[in-house]
Design a binder for this molecule. Structure first.
Ligand code: BG6
Ligand code: MG
Length: 221
């Protein structure tokens, strides 16, 4: 039984993982390099600056700190071009129902995302008010797979890691949650993510029961 849920944003709540991929790919191509969808799994959940460094390393490209800062700005402009007109139609299946059940039953809800655009996106899709705490890329100093994002989330809710469940779509985010001592549900494919945790296609595949501030959660059979 859990008392709180820590949601990742991109690829869990909203369908923005593809927009990040498109913007990074456009940036990589503009630098004369490229990367695959398989390599992209290593970028999911990782902060903007760290993601750029990974792409530069893959392409064996060297850039100064100033140039890297400029490239991050360009990538973000391209990402925002793709994502700022989002509305609630881009909320992923099952998210709204789960947030409503949690809220009605006083189960605590926090966001644990690397994105510095998290507040903008949550407001654009109308979900901002569900979150008691938002831990995003503006509040953390260490990128996933470091557990800091989720540790700060649990702390903000006044809960221990063992009292929270993390919902994540990225390899790095699942590593972060596990190393912080959190149980985790993966969104995606078990072979890509982590065979040792419950993995579902989306939140509609989960069966959960909220009562008196507690949550039990299982994969629907
Ligand atoms: C994560 C995404 O949620 O946020 C990554 O999975 C992204 O792809 C990271 O790079 C940082 O996002 P932003 O919006 O601050 O560039
Ligand atoms: Mg994600």
């Amino acid at each position: 039984m859990y008392k709180g849920v820590l949601f990742d944003l991109d690829g869990v709540i909203v369908d923005t993982a593809g927009y990040h991929f498109q913007a990074w790919k456009r940036l990589a191509n503009s630098l004369g390099t490229d990367f695959t969808t398989i390599q992209n799994e290593q970028l999911k959940g990782v902060g903007r600056v760290e993601s750029l460094q990974i792409i530069l390393d893959w392409g064996e490209i060297i850039k100064t700190k100033e140039e890297q800062a400029e490239l991050c700005i360009i990538k973000n402009e391209w990402y925002l071009e793709l994502s700022t007109n989002m509305d609630e139609s881009e909320i992923l299946p099952g998210v709204k129902d789960m947030l409503d059940s949690l809220k009605e039953n006083q189960v605590h809800i926090a966001l644990g995302s690397a994105s510095k655009n998290a507040v903008t996106i949550l407001k654009a899709v109308g979900l901002f008010d569900y979150f008691e705490s938002i831990i995003d890329g503006t509040k953390t100093t260490r990128s996933k797979p470091d557990p800091q994002t989720f540790e700060l989330g649990a702390e903000a809710l006044g809960l221990k890691p063992s009292e929270c469940i993390v919902i994540e779509d990225s390899i790095k985010g699942i590593e972060a949650a596990k190393s912080g001592g959190f149980d985790t549900i993966g969104i995606g494919q078990s072979e890509t993510l982590d065979a040792s945790i419950i993995t579902v296609k989306d939140l509609t595949e989960l069966s959960y029961n909220c009562e008196d501030g507690t949550l039990t959660i299982l994969k629907r059979t």
